[in-house]
Ligand binder design. Structure first.
Ligand SMILES: [Zn+2]
Length: 297
């Protein structure tokens, strides 16, 4: 599913160096599977920017990826969202099952060793956001980033832990046991709530809907502004049509309300929207247009 190896994105946001660490990129979900509310007419209407970076018409698949963002500030090196991970047993999701991808090599390619990451933040705890929390070492799942504090949204952690406890044979239990629980067991999890400040200019905000405890990271440095939104939008079409949930949104009404609130705030502060799955250019500006939004591609 991979396209030719891209150069990792690297840019400056005020005083903060930003890196994009790719895990996957390529043909992903059929549009009507990812966005069940979608009117397929928009695929033609928006074809000029959708093809080829965001939609492959021949295959009728959205083009999407999984990647982490890394922020290097004067105080911290923060890795946001840890993708799918290697060697994770995900029999119900063939595209995520038993991957063996050079994600850590790509981190090394931008000059970062696992020991350099001192903070990990998961916007939420779906399977493609917590995978590299851990790696398999001598048959045990251990924290990939040995020096890092992992910031866990309290509501999200309690929700996923509850799912795992209620249904010990479920996919959520497998996910909890190989990617979430081992961090808490190692004493590296830090439970955070709405409004948590990582350092001046970097705060976490509850953004429930897609999942009960989803959080958005707000970043401000010099003139630079950004919102790292996880899966508040899976695909750029949801910026244009913020009422369209993904098939993975847990609370339909909450997800719509949060998406509109977050997009409106990013449009008004002129910052960068940094989602978890958009195809190139992966991070975008947003402009308000009536009660919807657009991306000036
Ligand atoms: Zn996701």
């Amino acid at each position: 599913m991979d396209r030719p190896a891209p150069t990792p994105v690297s840019f400056q946001l005020g005083e903060i160096a930003v890196f994009r660490i790719k895990e996957t990129l390529g043909k992903a979900f059929p549009p009507s599977f990812l966005l069940p509310d979608m009117d397929r007419e928009v695929l033609r209407e928006h074809a000029a920017w959708l093809v080829p970076s965001h939609y492959d018409p021949a295959a009728d698949r959205f083009v999407m990826g999984t990647h982490s963002w890394v922020l290097r500030t004067s105080r911290h090196t923060i890795l946001i969202d840890t993708c799918i991970g290697n060697q994770k047993h995900r029999p119900g999701r063939p595209g995520f099952n038993m991957l063996d991808l050079p994600y850590l090599q790509r981190l090394a390619d931008v000059g970062l060793a696992v020991e350099d990451i001192d903070m990990v933040f998961c916007t939420h705890m779906h399977v493609d956001h917590v995978g590299w929390n851990t790696r398999l070492l001598d048959g045990r799942w251990v924290p990939t980033f040995p020096r890092a504090k992992y910031l866990y949204s309290r509501r999200e952690f309690e929700w996923m832990k509850g799912n795992a406890e209620r249904a010990p044979d479920s996919e959520d239990a497998a996910l909890y046991n190989d990617s979430i629980g081992p961090i808490a067991a190692a004493g590296q999890a830090v439970i955070v709530d709405d409004g948590h400040e990582i350092e001046p200019g970097i705060t976490l905000e509850l953004a429930a809907g897609h999942t009960p405890g989803s959080m958005v990271m707000r970043v401000q440095s010099g003139q630079g502004r950004a919102a790292l939104i996880g899966d508040i939008c899976h695909h750029p079409l949801q910026v244009f049509y913020p009422d369209w949930n993904s098939g993975f949104c847990e609370d339909a009404q909450g997800a719509r309300a949060t998406r509109k609130r977050v997009l409106a705030s990013v449009a008004s502060d002129g910052g960068l929207l940094m989602p978890a799955h958009f195809g190139a250019p992966h991070a975008v500006r947003v402009k308000a247009k009536g009660d919807r939004f657009e991306i000036p591609f």
